[in-house]
Design a binder for this molecule. Sequence first.
Ligand code: NAD
Length: 486
Amino acid sequence: MAVIGERWPDRAEWAGKIFSSGWRESEGGTRQVIEPATGDTLAHVGIASPADVARAGARAAGAAGDWAAAAPADRVGVLLRASGALRERSDVFREWIVRESAGVPAKGDYEIAAALAQLTHAAALASLPRGEVLAPQAPGGTSLAWRVPLGVVGVINPWNAPLLFALRALAPALALGNTVLLKPDPLTPVSGGVLVARLFEDAGLPDGVLHVLPGGAETGQAVAADPHVAMIAFTGSTEAGRAVARVAGEGLKRVLLELGGKNSLVVLEDADVEAAALAGAVSTFGYQGQACVAAGRHLVHAGLVEAYTDALVRHALALRVGDPREEGVSVGPVISLGQATRIERIVDESVAAGARVLTGGRREGFFYPPTVLDRVDRAMPAYTEEIFGPVAPILPFRSEAEAVEIANDTAYGLAAAVHSGSVPRATAVAERLRTGMVHINDVSAKDAANAPFGGMGVSGNGSRIGGTASLEQFTQWRWMTAPGPS
Ligand code: NAD
C-alpha cells in the first residue's frame, strides 16, 4: 500500500474508521481508496451506515446548544487555529489531493489556498452584525430580530474539490454556531473528510461539533433524512441533488443545492483571440474538465472561429497527459472508469452524429486527452449534456443575439464567460445570460470565498454559498419582543 504523510495524521488512528466523537469503528464496514492514476490502494476508510448517521446526528444535536452559545471569539479561535494547521500541513494535504482526486500539484495548491480563504472569511463572518432593532409595537417596548444558528447542518460533497467543498460549507456553518455532519464522497474521503476532522481536532473543536461520515448514496440519504439535521448543504449532480432535496423536503429542512452546469465561453468578434483561447483551454482542460464551472460550450463569432479553433487545438496538443505526480504533466486521469467511459460515450455519439474531432477523442483506460470538437449541432450529446471531461465543443455564431440564445439554450444556469475588446459590450451580453455567475475576459471556472457562488435553473435552487450569502444560508431569523415599563 502506498504511504502518504506518515508524520501526520497518524494512520493507525483513523484507518478504517469514521469520526463521530472520536475515531470509531463503523457498522457500514470499510472501503478502499484507490489512486486513479495508478490503481494503487491509498487507504481504507470507514463507511457510515444509516445507524452510524443516526448516532452522529444525535451527538451533533447534543453538542449544538453549547456551540451556539460559545462566544464568537471562541469559534473564531478554532477557525484560525485550523487555518494555521492547514498552512503547516499543506504538503500532506497537497499530496492527498493529488493522489486521491488525480489533479496536478497546482490543483492541490489552488484548493488549499481557496480552503484557507474560506476559513479566514468564515472567521470574519462570525463577528458581522446579524440583527435589526425594530420599531416596538407599543411605546417603550423592545422588538429585536437577529440571526441564530439552524442547529445541525448536513454537508454532502462530490470528489472533484474535496477539501475546498468541505470547508466552504463547514467553515461558515461552524463560525455561525451550527454543528456539522460531513459526508465526503467515497472516492475522496481522506482529503474531503479524514484530514478535515484531524485539522479541527488539532484546532480544539469541542467534542461532537463535527462528524465525518464517508459513504455513498445510502449514507447521503440517511444524512438528508435524519430528524436531527435542520439543513442540507449539497454539492454534486443535478440528479443526486433532486434525490437529496426530495428526502430533505419531506423533513421540511432547508436545502442549499450547488449542482451541475453547461457553461458557455462566448467570444465576440472584437475579442483578443489568443487570450480568449487560453481562457477557453484553462476553462475546459484544467483538472480534466472536472469542474462544475468548466466551459462546456465554446461559442465563437464566425469571423474568429478559425483562429480560435487553431489556438485551442495548439493548447490541447501542448498539454501532456499522464500521472499528475510526474514533472511536466498537465492533464491527469479522470476520476473513475465510469466517468471516463461516459466522456467517451458523449464524444463517440456526437461524432457518429456528424461532429469532427480536431484533436484527442480517444480514451486510454482512465485517461482522456484534451479534445476539441467542431461541426457540433444542437441535437448532439456534446451540446446537450454536461460532459465533466476535457472536451471543448466549438459552435460559431453570427450575432450577439444568436450567441445569447445558444448560451441560454440549456436547463442549467451556473457560469459563463464573455470575451470582447470592449468591457461595456461584453457586460451587455453578460447581463442577458441566465447564469448565477459570469466573468468578463476571463475563465468560466472561478470562485472566491467572499462571492456568492451558485446557479440558476437546474444548477441549483436559488441558494448561494460564499460571502454574505453564507451568513443568510447558515442562520435563521429569531424575533423577540419585550414590553416597556407599565
Ligand atoms: P454526485 O451527485 O454523484 O455525488 C455527489 C455527492 O452526493 C456524493 O457524496 C455522493 O455520494 C452523494 N450522492 C449521490 N447520490 C445520492 C443520493 N441519491 N442521495 C444522497 N446522496 C447522494 O456527483 P458527482 O457526479 O460525483 O459530481 C459531479 C457533479 O457535481 C457534476 O454534475 C458537477 O457539475 C457537480 N458539481 C457542482 C458544484 C457546484 O458548486 N455547483 C461543484 C462541484 C461539482
